[in-house]
Design a protein around this ligand. Sequence first.
Ligand code: MLC
Ligand code: AMP
Length: 474
Amino acid sequence: MNLRNWFDTSFRLRSDEPALEWKGATYTFGEIDARSNRMAHALSARGFQRGDRLALYLANSIDFIDIFLACVKLGVIFVPVNILYRERELSHILSDSEPKLFVTEKELPALRAEAAAQPADLRETPLDGESPAALVYTSGTTGVSKGAILTHNNFAVNASNLLDAWRISSTDRFLLALPLFHVHALGNGLHCWLFSGCRMRLLERFEHEKAAAEFLDFRPTLFFGVPTMYVRLLDTPPDTAREIGRGMRLFVSGSAPLPAQVLEDFRKLFGHTILERYGMTETIMNISNPYDGERRPGSVGFPLPGVQARILNEDGQEVPDGETGELYLKGPNVFAGYWRREDATRSAFVDGWFKTGDIARRSPDGYYTLCGRRSDLIISGGFNIYPREIEEFLMEQPEVAEAAVAGEPDHRRGEVPVAYIVPRGGDCDTAALEARCRENLASFKCPRRFIVVEKLPRNALGKVQKHLLGAAAQ
Ligand code: MLC
Ligand code: AMP
């Protein structure tokens, strides 16, 4: 089965029912189906065929959904791109994925006009579940960012699992404010909506000043967020929070660690225990706290149905419960490999098990807890940052002799990047450096502080000792 077959349950059986609220208008499932059929015809008219790639650089919108669904229906591989990326970050993704079309705001009016003139029905493209549906680029260093190939089956297994695990049904009202270009909103958000046939209100983005009002206006039962959103929601006045909590059924958190204190403060304020789960671009969702039973603070719960997990030490031996090691995964949710990177794909798997790079431990009663990462990764507001990418950019700047970037704890965003700079003689104008970062890097990657140091702390092998950077700045 391909994703269209799965979506047809909502498109056909619920065709007259409200599906999507977007910018004050409401669209039925029948309308969503017809809009994407028209868009599919428009893409076909531009020569799109099964297996071609379409890259999209758009904020959340109904157009994003139309184009994604059109690609699914045609067997075109959808390549969502983070809209915070700047030219430098985009060029690698575009040269690697070789899209037939790169859709930006500029391109959109023409595409919309072409779609408007097309018929509302569409013949089915023969596609099986193993066909690639999307290439989602991991946030690696420049030149190393890899396109994870996610198949129709990967998305389908994920959505079926989540509907079951989180009891999502057509009676839910779902508020989605996450960016659609990442798997959190794309894999979980859009697919849970279309699989369940529930009513979704889509926001262009999460704006913390307006979040409570949005909850009160839409009265959702279901919300997916990253921890930063929950931290922001803690500013809600108690009466409003109670009112929101009364209508809600389930708050889910993921993409970054949810501090136990935030879970506890949120429970007191909203009267709900957030359900934390764990996923990755390459696997969509893996492990989730239970809907019934204990949602354990700091833990991500149990493997979802069909997902096998094991924790291995450096020698490849399984560790006993309670001990930490690297988490390996296997299951129908695991991606088909990296786009045109056989070497990277080969080294991502050991005996068919995917190496997550996450360090975890399992409790004797089966709960998994994430304890860190093997690699140097900063997660800020749910966006991943590889320090090396920022360090490479900084080192290209004439006034910088050496640079190291490290994560600093931040109450709201979990972590933020901080840069330590050894200047190339004389003074270093950090404001000018910051301005260049802003121009060339996605906003969340720009160091929040620039600290000038005389030298970087290095070990005997010359490797920068990041944990000593703070001391080097004293
Ligand atoms: C953030 N910014 C955006 C934006 N989100 N700009 C445009 N559109 C968006 N959707 C920029 C802002 O310009 C600002 O930049 C900075 O990011 C922080 O924004 P803020 O206004 O201060 O918001 P804040 O309250 O801090 O909240 C940020 C946030 C955002 C939580 C709304 O970080 C966010 O949407 N995160 C979701 C990331 C996500 O979906 N990750 C899933 C990855 S998939 P500046 O610098 O100018 O201040 C994955 C797998 C899994 O990890 O398990 O799910
Ligand atoms: P990405 O590459 O953007 O898909 O990010 C995936 C990474 O996010 C995982 O490998 C984890 O390190 C992290 N992650 C996702 N969910 C959680 C969670 N609930 N707690 C801690 N880290 C998480």
